[in-house]
Design a protein around this ligand. Structure first.
Ligand SMILES: [Zn+2]
Ligand SMILES: [Zn+2]
Length: 386
């Protein structure tokens, strides 16, 4: 099957459909501004009010856009350009970028491509209509930082692209596809601080992860698995054949692979009893709750008796992971844990170390996601159309 897909990948070229190439991202989601200033950073832009050209945005010119009485006002320093129910800012050359600064916000927000502004609950609904590869590079810089090797950025680009296309109906009711927060993927600006991020995105252009039915996968990832990843159904409700538990030695030297925390014995037993009804007065159950040291990742405390899901304990107590041992020392109970995050899918710190040691991005993805295929978007279009 993989060979067949590779042939198709070559045969189809890079001609993905337009719907796969542009994403509509809701900017400043859940914190929408009522007033912004906009300024061309690269290239050039034109501003349209209710569909009509109202201004060519010259370099260094600053324009204020604000919601007043439910309509959008557009002003330069010297001129009032009018009141509209819909304002668009469109690039006139490829590669343009625009700075959008909400009033009172000092963080830099600069994005590629086009924008629309609509009134929304006394504020502005700002949507960035962005070429998917520009979006992917911006997300990678926000989520993976600027210090990783290029091969790792290629891994993250494929995951980010797959996630974005798989979730593009998530905010349909709000008039865009994905938000710019961690709810979808963090996207606070275009990528501008490490050219390897843009190169890694370009070198995997259009590549996504699909299962054997050519459906986009749930490309789950987490910070550090602590030595073992998890099956999807052990953490969430659904079984997914490509999200399987596996041993992973690549992340064990990282700081996140180990954590430690302590409680008083009373607090620990009281928590298990009150929150879960755990039988702390029953000697065998109590012994297990005070002395537990698994060889590999398990999912329940006391699995053969009254069992408690470790993921619940993690959630309740705010632990780094649901993978830990328990040891009672005098009046204290010490939890020693492995990893950071839910443990399903790709382990980011493991993948970073694989990339640093020279492993190619596709091998890294196949290491963490079982029985999947890396294909160009045009292959999906081909299958959907035939
Ligand atoms: Zn979202
Ligand atoms: Zn790992």
């Amino acid at each position: 099957m993989r060979g067949f897909l590779i042939v198709l990948l070559v045969a189809c070229g890079l001609g993905a459909s337009a719907s796969n190439k542009v994403l509509n991202i809701g900017l400043f989601w859940n914190n929408e501004p009522s007033e912004v200033t906009v300024q061309t950073s690269l290239g050039s832009y034109s501003i349209y009010g209710n569909g009509k050209l109202i201004l060519d945005l010259k370099e260094s010119a600053i324009v204020r856009i604000l919601n007043q009485d439910g309509l959008i006002h557009v002003r330069t320093i010297t001129q009032d350009l009018g009141t509209f129910y819909n304002v668009e800012i469109k690039r006139t050359v490829w590669g343009s970028s625009l700075k959008i600064q909400p009033k009172g916000d000092r963080e830099l927000h600069e994005y590629n491509d086009n924008f629309s502004f609509k009134p929304f609950q006394g504020k502005l609904r700002i949507v960035n209509e962005v070429y998917i590869e520009h979006y992917v590079a911006g997300v990678i810089e926000g989520e993976a930082g600027i210090k990783e090797p290029k091969e790792y950025y290629k891994v993250q680009a494929v995951i980010c692209r797959t996630y974005a296309l798989n979730n593009r109906r998530r905010h349909e009711a709000e008039g865009f596809q994905l938000c710019d927060k961690v709810h979808c993927q963090v996207y606070h600006r275009r990528s501008m601080n490490n050219p390897d991020i843009v190169k890694g995105t370009q070198e995997t252009i259009g590549i996504v992860i699909v299962d054997s039915d050519i459906n986009l996968v749930t490309a789950a990832f987490h910070s550090n698995c602590g030595g073992y990843t998890c099956n999807s159904e052990d953490v969430w409700s659904g079984y997914l054949n490509y999200l399987r538990a596996r041993e992973d030695e690549h992340c064990l030297q990282e700081n996140h692979s180990y954590w430690r925390t302590a409680f008083t014995r009373d607090k620990w037993l009281n928590y298990l009893s009150v929150s879960h009804g755990y039988p702390v007065y029953e000697p065998t159950a109590r012994d297990i709750a005070l002395d537990y040291c698994p060889d590999e990742r398990q999912h329940y405390l006391n699995p053969d008796g009254f069992r408690v899901h470790f993921k619940r304990i993690r959630y309740d107590l705010g632990l780094q992971s649901a993978f830990f041992s328990i040891d009672a020392v005098q009046d204290s109970v010490i939890l020693e844990g492995h990893g950071y995050g839910h443990g399903v899918g790709l382990c980011q710190e493991g993948a970073m170390n694989m990339a640093k040691s020279g492993q190619p991005y596709d091998d890294i993805l196949h290491y963490y996601y079982r029985e999947v295929h890396l294909v160009n978007l045009s292959v999906i279009d081909f299958f959907r159309a035939n």
